[in-house]
Design a protein around this ligand. Structure first.
Ligand code: CA
Length: 228
């Protein structure tokens, strides 16, 4: 389960957050001033930081800036007080991922944290093997067969198929496929996705006009369905 560091100097606030996060199954560390928070973040490398801005010794903004300068990339959720609009903007510029304004409900903080972790954590364990229709896929060795005969898929086609199968029943946008299967650095266009899907369909015996496995969701993206 995810490890969370709460850096906050109001004891009641810390207790309320800690209890609720622990109840949800998170491992919770706490620190009551900015300097201690920075030390704990360095030493324990939490999966996420809940960071108050107004803190003794070192402000939340300074903690955030220092961690980012030192190369720490864990997500940071800032706690700001009403009327600290400037701090929110500065915080986001310094590398915070999101903020909540006090007074907040614990449920809101929990929801924000879950959303941030969903965005930043990939799937825990990648799918190793999959079988559908007459097709067998081994994503670790990149070996595929169709009705027992070798099926020649490129590594990219394997990854594309694995990504869609891991999210079967869910519509995945072209942009998400580009980001997660191709990666930011290669800058392909969304047409690239369509071309690869067309080739992939032809290879697995799926139809371009009436696909059964890799469906086109008009205006949205693609979805894998397992007909079995
Ligand atoms: Ca405070």
């Amino acid at each position: 389960m995810s490890k969370i560091l709460i850096v906050e100097d109001e004891p009641d606030m810390v207790l309320g957050l800690k209890d609720n996060f622990e109840f949800e199954g998170y491992e919770v560390l706490t620190a009551s001033d900015g300097a201690a928070g920075l030390e704990r973040a360095r030493a324990h490398k939490p999966d996420l930081l809940i960071l108050d801005i107004m803190l003794p010794k070192l402000s939340g903004l300074e903690v955030c800036k220092t961690l980012r300068t030192e190369g720490f990339t864990m997500p940071i959720l800032m706690l700001t007080a009403r009327g600290q609009e400037i701090d929110k903007v500065v915080g986001l510029e310094l590398g915070a991922d999101d903020y909540v304004t006090k007074p907040f409900s614990i449920r809101e903080v929990l929801a924000r944290v879950r959303a941030i972790l969903r965005r930043t954590e990939g799937p825990k364990k990648r799918l190793a093997r999959y079988h559908f229709s007459d097709i067998d896929l081994d994503f670790e060795t990149y070996v595929a067969t169709k009705a027992g005969a070798p099926l020649d898929l490129s590594p990219r086609e394997f990854e594309l198929l694995r990504y869609l199968i891991e999210r079967k029943g869910e519509t995945v946008t072209r942009d998400r496929l580009l980001e997660d299967v191709w990666g930011y650095e290669s800058y392909p266009s969304t047409r690239t996705v369509d071309t690869h899907i067309a080739k992939l369909r032809a290879k697995i015996g799926d139809s371009g006009s009436e696909p059964r496995y890799v469906l086109t969701i008009h205006g949205a993206g693609y979805k894998f369905v397992d007909p079995s």
